[in-house]
Ligand binder design. Structure first.
Ligand SMILES: NC(=O)c1ccc[n+]([C@@H]2O[C@H](COP(=O)([O-])OP(=O)(O)OC[C@H]3O[C@@H](n4cnc5c(N)ncnc54)[C@H](O)[C@@H]3O)[C@@H](O)[C@H]2O)c1
Length: 321
């Protein structure tokens, strides 16, 4: 069976897990670890039995696909370089640091597909692969009101972007996928706390068709929490991303009137990042179409951009008050 030759680009906090998973994936061979850090690169390469190189250019001729987990500010340059060489790309989220860079990446993808029509380009929105999310989606749950919370203590990483692009983007993508309709209105407030950018943001999103969501993201919280509550027509779901737990309640008509009935969700536990990366490998080998496309990721970035603009407006109003 043909295996996919893969390079993992950037092996810091998250990229080390890309390397671990690529090295043990059934459909791939970890062909190289790319990282300019002369200590970190060789350390992770040796751990997973692959050669280390400092730059992507050194291995592009030897691989079929790249998994990019370098800092967000490098996504545009690395993604463009990989596409020009006709390589499949799994880009960590967010697709790019800014909406303009995302547009440029989509343009580069279109150009690359002119000569490589089967090129796969996905983004690491790993909550889409969270087994609790899969279980919720498989039930055909139609949310009307959603409440997402994603907060953690200060990470001291990914500080070149605000909490919207770094953290809230997970929920902006997922909420769009769950509701299945575009966002038509955005309100948001946020504050910088430990960085020059907003570290704590609350946004309210209205979707076409009337569904509504509130989303809170913080990187200055005391404790970690990653949860979603969703209310549908006579149904309610409470989901914990970290524990992969899904609590479901349904309103049913009993002999004595309406009753709230708990329901069990069938969850096949699994590591979301492994599921996402293996789906990418399968897509590159033409065996699956699963995965978040760059176009979808760019739509989430479009909503993130609206949230950022609303936060900037609210900060301006506060400074004038
Ligand atoms: N999907 C998720 O849940 C999730 C979680 C964490 C981070 N991320 C994303 O992963 C990316 C990396 O984040 P991190 O926290 O691992 O950062 P990090 O700072 O821990 O690691 C980044 C690594 O990339 C290397 N690097 C820097 N420039 C490079 C280049 N030009 N080419 C190759 N490697 C380069 C650095 O030396 C470092 O080892 C970010 O885009 C972030 O948003 C996603």
């Amino acid at each position: 069976m043909t295996k996919l030759c893969v390079a993992v680009v950037g092996v810091g906090h998250l990229g080390q897990h890309h390397a671990r998973i690529a090295a043990s994936a059934p459909d791939a061979v970890l062909t190289a670890v790319v990282d300019p850090d002369p200590l970190r690169g060789p350390e992770i390469a040796a751990k997973f039995g692959a050669p280390w190189v400092a730059t992507l250019a050194e291995v592009l001729g030897e691989v079929d696909a790249v998994q990019i987990a370098a800092p967000t500010g490098f996504h545009h340059a690395l993604g463009t370089q990989a596409l020009k060489a006709g390589k499949h790309v799994l880009m960590e989220k967010p697709l790019a640091a800014t909406l303009d860079e995302g547009v440029a990446l989509l343009k580069a993808l279109g150009e690359a597909r002119a000569s490589h029509p089967r090129l796969v380009a996905q983004v690491g929105h790993l909550e889409r692969f969270n087994p609790a999310v899969t279980a919720l989606r498989e039930r055909g749950f139609k949310p009307r009101f959603l409440e997402a919370v994603r907060v953690s203590p200060f990470p001291a990483r990914s500080l070149e972007v605000d909490v919207v692009m770094d953290v809230m983007i997970h929920d902006l993508d997922l909420l769009r996928a769950l509701v299945g309709r575009p966002v038509v209105d955005v309100e948001a407030v946020g504050v910088p706390v430990l960085t020059p950018y907003a570290d704590l943001v609350n946004a309210r999103l209205k979707f076409e068709g009337g569904a509504f969501a509130t989303v809170t993201a913080s990187r200055v919280a005391r404790k970690k929490e990653r949860t979603l509550r969703a209310f549908g027509d006579k149904e309610y779901a409470s989901l914990d991303f970290a524990t992969q737990k899904l609590e479901l309640l349904r309103l049913v008509m009993g002999p004595e009137g309406p009753q709230v009935q708990p329901e069990t969700a069938d969850i096949v536990e699994g590591e979301p990042l492994r599921l996402e990366i293996e789906a990418f490998h399968a897509a590159c080998l033409g065996r699956s179409e699963e995965g978040v496309t760059w176009a979808e990721a760019q739509e989430a970035m479009g909503v993130a951009d609206q949230v950022q603009k609303a936060v900037a407006k609210s900060l301006l109003e506060m400074s004038r008050a």
